[in-house]
Structure formats: structure tokens, C-alpha cells
Design a protein around this ligand. Structure first.
Ligand code: ZN
Length: 172
């Protein structure tokens, strides 16, 4: 006898695809939409970088609704999902170089996901330099980039429940 327990797809609706910030909301919002702040376009259920040319329109030719993308919203609200902690004597001695590398890597990330942004650089007195990001993945990617460029020790700490990534990079 088959179980009478109803089988629902609820199990699958809360999954979040970690790559490229693709989220699958239960109800797909209207497309396309355009971010009034950075110009990113939401289509095909994901945010993509604005491209030069005519403004995006729907399949019926309607103008895209103007909204605020998750990246701009998180930057405005300082709602970080990634924290990158940089510490060690090397960081103080090479601060400018490190900052350039991190910013260049963040710019490259925009091609994959325009909502992945650096929110702030915060130098703690006698503590680590903290870079906050709008996505967990960006903090992770920046940590990998630092390790690749300068070695040092990197540690990743993910909290899936809270959707936070803490990345610690240290070099003396
Ligand atoms: Zn935006």
C-alpha cells in the first residue's frame, strides 16, 4: 500500500544556487527589470551586467520595470554576507598592492554576478583590515585570489543557516 503522505516539492523550493547569485524564488518576478542605481538587468532569472545599447524590454515590448538590485540594496543597507579579514605584517606593508588586487578581482566578479560587490573597507585599530561583501561567494573568491597571489594562510568559515561567509587571510 502506498503511503498517503502527500509528496510536495517544498523540499526543493528553498535551494539556493550558490554560483552566480542565481536565486529561484517561488514566484518569478516580472522580467526584465533594471536596477535604477547600477543598471544591472534581471532576466532569465538572474542579474546580468548592463550592456550598452537600447534599454531592455519585455517580450511584449514593454519597458523594463525599474527596481534596486540585491547588490545595490545590500551596499546601501550595509547588509554584508561576506567578511574578509586580512591580518599580519605583510598586510600593513603592502596595503596599496593588496587593495588593488582585491578591487581588480571584485571587478572581474561583476562579469559573473553584478550583485557581488565590496561594501566597505574597515581598518580596525590594532586589528585586521575587514572587507565586507554583498555575497558569500565574493569573500571566498577574494580569499582565494589573495592566497594565489601572496600565499599566506587562508581559512574559510561558512554558516549556511545565516548565509554568511567569514574568510581569514593572514601573512606575516
Ligand atoms: Zn544595482
Amino acid at each position: 500500500m502506498r503511503s498517503a503522505k502527500p509528496y510536495t516539492n517544498a523540499t526543493f523550493t528553498h535551494r539556493v544556487d550558490h554560483e552566480a547569485g542565481r536565486h529561484r524564488p517561488a514566484r518569478a518576478p516580472t522580467e526584465p527589470r533594471v536596477c535604477g542605481t547600477c543598471g544591472a538587468v534581471y532576466r532569465g532569472r538572474r542579474w546580468v551586467r548592463a550592456v550598452p545599447g537600447p534599454a531592455p524590454v519585455s517580450s511584449s515590448g514593454a519597458a523594463a520595470a525599474v527596481t534596486t538590485c540585491p547588490g545595490c540594496r545590500r551596499v546601501a543597507e550595509h547588509a554584508a554576507r561576506g567578511f574578509l579579514y586580512l591580518s599580519g605584517a605583510f598586510v600593513d606593508a603592502h596595503r596599496d598592492e593588496i587593495e588593488r588586487l582585491v578591487k581588480a578581482e571584485a571587478r572581474r566578479t561583476l562579469d559573473d554576478n553584478p550583485t557581488a560587490r565590496i561594501i566597505a573597507w574597515e581598518a580596525m585599530p590594532a586589528g585586521p583590515l575587514v572587507v565586507t561583501t554583498t555575497t558569500e561567494h565574493l569573500a571566498e573568491r577574494l580569499g582565494h585570489a589573495l592566497e594565489k597571489a601572496y600565499d599566506g594562510d587562508v581559512r574559510f568559515d561558512f554558516s549556511h543557516e545565516n548565509k554568511l561567509a567569514r574568510v581569514y587571510w593572514h601573512r606575516d
